[in-house]
Structure formats: C-alpha cells, structure tokens
Ligand binder design. Structure first.
Ligand SMILES: NC(=O)c1ccc[n+]([C@@H]2O[C@H](COP(=O)([O-])OP(=O)(O)OC[C@H]3O[C@@H](n4cnc5c(N)ncnc54)[C@H](OP(=O)(O)O)[C@@H]3O)[C@@H](O)[C@H]2O)c1
Length: 441
C-alpha cells in the first residue's frame, strides 16, 4: 500500500471490549506491510462515556473525548466506527454521521435490525457507505457472503447458531450435565455472558441477528418484532439426556425459510437437531451460519461469534473496503454508493407461528398407572397429531408418577399448543415440563 496517499481520518464511538481492541490495533499494530489501506488510517478521536474509567489500553493523550460533536462535526473525519452498542444513543450518532457525509461502520445488531432499512436509504442519499459485517456472528463472514459471493443464489433457508452465550450454556448442560443456573453463572464468570443476560437467554439477541440475515437474504426489511422467539430457560439437563437417547442435540436455532415468493418463516427457539447435523457439532461460544442457496446448495460458516479480536477482524474488513474506495477515488468523501443498498426491496410476510408444521418433543410427568398413554393418544389423535415414539423414564414409586417423553410426527403448531392445553387439564397429567421442536438435516 503506497504511503503517499492522503491519510484517512477515523472517529471511533465507544471504547469498550471491541472499541479498545480496535483502537490498540489502529494505533499500535498497523504496518505498511500489513493488510492494505490500514496504515493510511489515522484514528483521530475516540468517544467514551466515563473519563475516570481504568482502561486496559490507554491511547495517546488528546484522542479521548466525552463530546460526540468532536467526531460528528469534524469535517476531516471520513469514517465513523460505532462500537457503543444498544439502540440509543447509537442510532442518533449513526444518523448524524451519515447526514454529515461520513461513512459508517458498525457492529450494532440492534440498530441495524431495527433501523437498517431507514439508515440504508439515508446512506444511499448521502452517497456514503453503511457497513455492518460484525453485527452478526462476530468474526464469521455472513453479511459479505449474502451480499456478494452468494448473490446469484435464491436463498432458500438460513439456520444459525448466532448467540455464543446460549450455545455455551447449552453445551455445558449437554456435555457436563451442568444445571441451567450453574451454566449461566459459569458463562458470566468467563465473560461469555453479561451481568444481565436476559436478551441472550430469551432469544432477543439471536432474533436481531436473524432479522439482519433474513433482510439481506430475501431482499426485504424484516422487522425483528415479527420473529417468533423462545429462549432456553425452560430446558433441564434431563432434556439433553433424552435428546441423546433420540440421537439428537439441543441448540438455540435462528431459522428463516423461503416458503414462496412472498412468505417466509422466521423463528428463534431451542430445537432438537440430529446428532449428525453439522450444527450439532458447534460447541461452546462458537457460532455457525448455514445458508442454503438454489445454486450453491448448503454452505456453513462457523467460528468465533464474539470476542474482541475476531470482531475487529470484521470491523477492519469493512474499514478497509471504505478506505480502498476513498483512496482509489482520491477524495476524502467518496460518492461511491456501496451495494448494501440493493437490499430492503420487497415486501414479505412472515408465516404466523401457529401455522408452522414440524415434529415435536414433549416431556411430561404422569400418573404411573394403566390407561394414561391411551388418554394422551386420544387427546392427540383428536387433533390429528400422530405419536412417533414414547420413552417412559424415572418411575417414582413414592408419588406413583412416571416421566414420559413423546415425539410426534409432523403436526401444526396450533394443534400441538391445543394438545398441551388439553393434556394439562387431564387429572392423570401431573406436570407438563417442556416442548421442543424437532429440526431435520
Ligand atoms: N463484545 C463482543 O464480543 C462483540 C461481538 C460482536 C459484536 N459486538 C458489538 O460491538 C458493539 C460494542 O460492544 P462492546 O462489547 O465493545 O461494548 P462495551 O464493552 O459495553 O463498550 C461500549 C462502549 O460504549 C461507550 N458508551 C456507552 N454509552 C455511551 C454514551 N452514551 N456515549 C458515549 N459512549 C458511550 C462506553 O464508554 P465507557 O467505556 O466510557 O463506559 C464503552 O466504551 C456492540 O454493538 C456489540 O453488540 C460485540
């Protein structure tokens, strides 16, 4: 990379886990023989919130600021990197940066999932880039492939493990028989879960990421609130033991499928996958994104879905892309419109969850006496649900109860929900523990 090109000034919003690593890389680790265009970047200003905070990386004096205007109103800054996270004030800062003619790189899944369509239009009008590779899957390539290398494909489906926190917890429960709360607290102590992991555990974080992937895959804007979501809190170690007996693993899956030209499925929930599925082998905090295209077939990207260094790999790739364009057009504010704006074109409906048709796993405690299975079969038969297998476990002579694990043949979600209600009203059903959907392939 020739060093006689003009320097490109960068403003960084946020210097937490990812921002600190990016700052250190840009200020101390770029070399002329390193990745192209990075040595021509000048990290001019970094916005922080708390100036008294002890930081693992201390940038040279004069770079840190508490005043966003020092970045947003600086006409010499061409690229703004937003690494604050959350919806506010990040969305306001991104909007203002774009309106000021600055290219924006962000890792913010919530902002892109909720406002990607509006921001994309805004960026197009301003002639600047809005890039967000790190918003899904940390360092794993997912956004770029959907926009570029898989663009000739009609995307048929995406199934993804895109929340490292929950995958870490599920792996602990599956591999070490660790109970849910202990697994959550181990994830927290190792830095894989936040102090308040609600968004992860309830599937909200995965739904934001799925909204971004589906919007790009189906050339639409999928509002994340339209995605059905169910978290992992209802799962017990027993479910993993039974899953293994059934030749399956339990994963929190984000799933989207093209049903016809106008309708898609979009859902996040725990799913029982065959043990032979590549997604079943994704353990710990890793992520994986399986994309099925009509031409390419099935491709899987897997690797570290979080962590400061893998995440800046994606952030830096976005910065390089912008820096390359600025450098080649030899102007600080390139008018080149990036192809991210091809997205968000079609109106697409999300199939209501009640119409989903799939197989189900049910775990319930029942009276340990003759005729109970017949009662259950009658309830399910009346709703057109056919039982595929029954495992009877954990007979308790004292309470005279037994645990039943039932799997069904394909049935509709509305009928299974109805069946659960009817089963719960039977006197012989002591407790309905859990329902998990089965996913094939
Ligand atoms: N961590 C990961 O592994 C990972 C992976 C993929 C994507 N991401 C995404 O990357 C982004 C950053 O994540 P992170 O883990 O680095 O977050 P973080 O550690 O919480 O850092 C957030 C930073 O934003 C600053 N900040 C917060 N509110 C602010 C405000 N009102 N004004 C100015 N600055 C403010 C904080 O300032 P102070 O330092 O002064 O408190 C802090 O430096 C998020 O969008 C996240 O989803 C993270």
């Amino acid at each position: 990379m020739p060093s006689d090109y003009p320097k490109i000034n960068v403003g960084l919003l946020g210097m937490g886990v990812v921002g600190s690593r990016l700052a250190k890389y840009l200020l101390e680790e770029t070399t002329c023989s390193g990745p192209p265009f990075l040595s021509n970047l000048n990290l001019k200003s970094i916005l922080i919130n708390d100036s008294r905070k002890q930081r693992s990386f201390q940038p040279p004096s004069g770079i840190l600021t508490n005043d966003p205007e020092e970045i947003l109103q600086d006409p010499t800054i061409s690229i703004v990197v937003e690494l604050i996270g959350g919806e506010y004030p990040a969305i306001d800062f991104i909007t203002r940066a774009i309106n000021a003619g600055k290219h924006v790189v962000t890792a913010n899944k919530e902002v892109i999932a909720k406002h990607g369509s509006v921001l994309s239009d805004l960026a197009q009008k301003a002639g600047v880039a809005l890039k967000f590779e790190a918003s899904v899957g940390g360092g794993i390539p997912a956004i770029g492939p959907l926009i570029h290398t898989l663009s000739a494909n009609q995307i048929l489906s995406i199934r993804a493990i895109i929340n490292g926190t929950t995958n870490f917890i599920l792996s602990k429960m599956a591999n070490e028989n660790m109970d849910f709360l202990s697994a959550v607290s181990e994830a927290q102590s190792l830095g894989f879960a936040e102090a308040n992991p609600k968004n992860d555990l309830e599937g909200t974080d995965a739904a934001y990421k799925l909204a971004i992937l589906a919007s790009l895959a189906f050339h639409t804007f999928l509002d994340p609130s339209k995605i059905y979501r169910e978290g992992i809190e209802g799962l017990e170690v027993k479910d993993f033991l039974y899953a293994h007996e059934l030749g399956r693993e339990i994963k929190l899956l984000a799933i989207t499928k093209r049903l016809d030209g106008k309708t898609i499925e979009a859902r996040v929930h725990p799913a029982l996958l065959p043990i032979t599925s590549p997604l079943s082998k994704i353990d710990g905090a890793s992520n994986a994104i399986e994309i099925n295209g009509d031409l390419v077939g099935s491709v899987i990207f897997s690797g570290p879905g979080a962590g400061a260094t893998p995440t800046i790999s994606a952030v830096l790739a976005d910065i390089i892309c912008i820096a390359e364009t600025i450098t080649q057009t030899n102007t600080q504010n390139s008018a080149k419109v990036f192809d991210y704006h091809k997205s968000y074109l079609q109106l697409i409906d999300v199939k209501p969850m009640v119409d989903l048709r799939t197989r189900y796993y049910l775990r319930l405690n029942v009276d340990d006496q003759g005729g109970v299975l017949a009662q259950i079969a009658t309830v399910m038969g009346a709703l057109d649900i056919s039982i595929a297998s029954v495992i009877q476990k954990d007979n308790d002579p004292e309470s005279r109860t037994a645990e039943l694990v039932i799997t069904t043949h394909p049935a509709t979600e509305s009928s299974i929900q109805d069946a659960i209600k009817r089963l719960q009203s039977l006197e012989s059903i002591k407790k309905f523990n859990c329902m998990i959907r089965l996913e094939e392939g």
